[in-house]
Design a protein around this ligand. Structure first.
Ligand SMILES: [Cu+2]
Length: 149
């Protein structure tokens, strides 16, 4: 006995302590159940309307819906409807090089593209001078990347 037994005992205790530590760490770790599953690209179609209404002596335009959300990799088909009965407008989404120079009143134009980059982008009217609120005719195009921005 003697030193060999003490060394074997110490080694046993060390192995036991290490195993216990691994066990406790293992118990503390939970696979995140809220993790987003892999995103499979889809074809997403939207009808986007440019509406107009009167507010006092002002004419105000807005996009409906004001925000579009897709996943990175999705193919997006946008049907842009000009619901303003009096003025021609356009559509542009500069981040994806999309531009429809003009859509006459009551008309529809369609674009198709792939949303490749995650981020929050703005779209707007491509026809400068369409109205006093031209600069405010903006909406958001949100591209989610694998469950997060
Ligand atoms: Cu416009």
């Amino acid at each position: 006995m003697g030193q060999r037994a003490v060394a074997a005992g110490a080694a046993f205790v060390a192995v036991l302590a290490t195993a216990t530590a691994f066990y406790l760490v293992d118990q503390g770790y939970r696979v995140p159940t809220s993790a987003a599953p892999p995103v499979v690209p889809e074809v997403r179609q939207f009808d986007l309307y440019l509406h107009t209404f009167e507010f006092g002596d002002r004419q105000v335009h807005h996009w409906m819906p004001p925000t579009l959300v897709v996943n990175a990799g999705d193919t997006v088909i946008l049907r842009v409807h000009n619901a303003d009965p009096n003025s021609t407008h356009g559509f542009e989404l500069g981040a994806f090089n999309i531009a429809i120079p003009s859509v006459p009143p009551g008309q529809t134009a369609t674009v198709r593209f792939r949303a490749t980059r995650p981020g929050v982008y703005h779209f707007g009217c491509a026809l400068t001078g369409c109205g006093a609120d031209h600069g405010s005719q903006i909406g958001q195009f949100v591209v989610l990347g694998n469950g997060r921005l």
